[in-house]
Design a protein around this ligand. Structure first.
Ligand code: IDP
Ligand code: MG
Length: 140
């Protein structure tokens, strides 16, 4: 199977606790390669745009406030079946339901401050990658 790409964010709860390397190590050990990475402070406009699919959800305002509360690390990950591979190593949205060996089981603080984002489909991965990266910033 050919390598594919997905989009990841190391969220503010993880950057605050200096877990960028620890999270990235788990991604790499799961067979994913970081082919683009930058540490940014998201603007409110970016966070609202990125999470627009959730704007009717009751937690939307809190989620946006959380995502702009500190730096994040946006990454493009490459690997075999990258979207599913990343979702597997991330673990369930709510860390209380996350399997052993997953990033959220190891590091998430709560259902909101759950350390990582990962695209949920190939189509959304392409959209999310283009939201934060120019093609020449991705080096496979
Ligand atoms: P996912 O990140 O596992 O794909 P989504 O349902 O897409 O989960 O939700 C996006 C993000 O919104 C979650 O990662 C989490 O930070 C936050 N979130 C999801 N559900 C809740 C909730 O019930 N309360 C508070 N925050 C939530
Ligand atoms: Mg999601």
């Amino acid at each position: 199977m050919a390598a594919t790409r997905t989009f990841s964010i190391i969220k503010p709860d993880a950057t605050r606790r200096n877990l960028t390397g620890a999270v990235t190590k788990m991604l790499e050990e799961a067979g994913l390669r970081v082919v683009a990475s930058k540490r940014i402070r998201m603007s409110r406009q970016q966070a609202e745009g990125f999470y627009a699919v959730h704007k009717e959800r009751p937690f939307f305002e809190d989620l946006v406030a959380f995502m702009i509360s500190g730096p994040v690390v946006v990454q493009v990950l490459e690997g075999e079946d990258a979207v599913a591979r990343n979702r597997k190593v991330m673990g369930a949205t709510n860390p209380a339901n996350a399997d052993e060996g997953t990033i959220r089981k190891a590091y998430a603080e709560s259902i909101e401050a759950n350390s990582v984002h990962g695209s949920d489909s190939e189509e959304n991965a392409a959209t999310e990658i283009a939201f934060f990266f120019k093609p020449d910033e991705i080096v496979g």
